[in-house]
Design a binder for this molecule. Structure first.
Ligand SMILES: Cc1ncc(COP(=O)(O)O)c(C=O)c1O
Length: 400
């Protein structure tokens, strides 16, 4: 289900990326600069760095060599001019919004989003008098409907693709053309795909954001975020928001992400293969009503996903014929899969969006975003796929 020659190029790039953006470094593993502050040689040296007359580190909220290694690596992987890191994926999303929009401005987003992002946009940006306008995923491919939501106070367009939790696919180049005509940035949350499977900037987006907590870290042992894109925008995010609001990443978490990214490509290959196998088997299961996976030809976004992605990812969702009760029963019956939120870790995680990650939506808002109450979301891990299937098959057999 993946274009092997294009993937091979990416793989080479990921393996080679440990040198990205840096001169030759003697260390094989990046050093961990676990320090909050940096020593100056004398008072003029410190004053010169503060005044920008010479380069140097002063304080880890402003800059740190381990963080810089991570930024260079992620910028290279996303094909970006620059990248910044944040304390969480939400800090990345919030920093983008608070940098680009001012009181009286608005943003336009596809309504299927991670529940935390939806809550930030829909509820919390209001206190800054920033309005979020949403377009339903079934209308997101209609450029005229999208254009109708954009006005002179729209400061950016925002999407997740594939979207959490329904795996809806939004056409990046279509939205990028609408954004470009208005001279505003398109921001794409690339968490589900990672740069191994999708390069939003190459398709017209100007910023890509990540919850690095997920696939980039890959081992469910850290919280972090990334913003990659045009240098002038990243500079603004740093100086207008990160330096003063302060949601920066710990160097230790940056070091863990750097380690995680070394295996990103092989992990993503296995996530994709396992998810594709499970999607097909679930689709054929008599208790399953519908499977949401962009790699399935029946998925409404399959054609666009095939154009803009190199693989369909490791996330899938399904609804059972018995609705919410059956879905919950299946989650309670699994043994190998872990009942937990989050995603992108090595082990398979299962959860119920309506009562967990997407409980920030009202029932009506969930319906408008196409998030069925009975939906079960699976972050397919890199275990032996037969072990995962055996567990799911047994759990489905236990559903009344
Ligand atoms: C697609 C997506 N974006 C952003 C976030 C927020 O990331 P974090 O939990 O690292 O703050 C999440 C979290 O689940 C997510 O799934």
């Amino acid at each position: 289900m993946t274009g092997s020659s294009r993937r091979y190029r990416m793989k080479t790039r990921v393996v080679a990326e440990s040198h990205a953006g840096t001169d030759w470094e003697p260390d094989v593993v990046p050093p961990l600069h676990m320090t909050s502050t940096f020593r100056f040689r004398d008072s003029d040296h410190g004053a010169d760095i503060f005044a920008g007359r010479r380069d140097g580190y002063v304080y880890t909220r402003i800059g740190n060599p381990t963080l810089d290694r991570l930024h260079a690596k992620l910028a290279d992987l996303e094909g970006a001019e620059d990248a910044a890191s944040t304390a969480s994926g939400m800090a990345a999303v919030a920093s983008v919004a608070l940098t680009l929009a001012r009181p009286g401005d608005n943003l336009v987003a596809c309504s299927t989003l991670y529940g935390g992002t939806y809550a930030l946009f829909h509820h919390h940006l209001r206190q800054f008098d920033i309005e979020a306008r949403f377009i339903a995923p079934r209308e997101a491919g209609d450029a005229d409907r999208l254009k109708a939501l954009v006005d002179d106070r729209t400061r950016f367009l925002y999407m997740e693709t594939p979207a959490n939790p329904t795996l809806d696919i939004v056409d990046i180049s279509l939205w990028a053309s609408v954004a470009e005509k208005r001279d505003i940035p398109l921001v794409v949350d690339n968490t589900f795909s990672t740069p191994c499977l999708q390069l939003p900037l190459a398709q017209g987006a100007r910023l890509a954001v990540h919850s690095a907590t997920k696939y980039l870290g890959g081992h469910a042992d850290l919280i972090g975020g990334i913003v990659a894109g045009e240098k002038n925008l990243i500079d603004r995010i740093r100086t207008e928001t990160l330096h003063h609001f302060g949601p920066v990443l710990s160097p230790f978490n940056a070091w863990l992400i750097l380690r995680g990214v070394k295996t990103l490509d092989v992990r993503m290959q296995r996530h994709c293969e396992n998810a594709a196998t499970l999607a097909v088997r679930l689709e054929g299961h008599p208790k399953v009503k519908r499977v949401y996976y962009p790699g399935l030809p029946a998925h409404p976004g399959h054609a666009v996903a095939s154009r803009q992605m190199r693989g369909y990812g490791g996330m899938l969702a399904f609804e059972l014929k018995g609705g919410t009760a059956a879905g919950k029963a299946s989650m309670d019956a699994v043994q190998l899969c872990t009942l937990a939120v989050s995603l992108g870790e090595c082990a398979t995680l299962i959860q119920h969006p309506a009562s967990m990650t997407h409980s920030t939506y009202s029932p009506a808002e969930r319906r408008a975003a196409g998030i069925a109450d009975g939906l079960v979301r699976l972050s397919v891990g890199i275990e032996d796929v037969e072990d995962i299937w055996e567990d799911l098959d047994r759990a489905l057999a236990a559903v009344p």
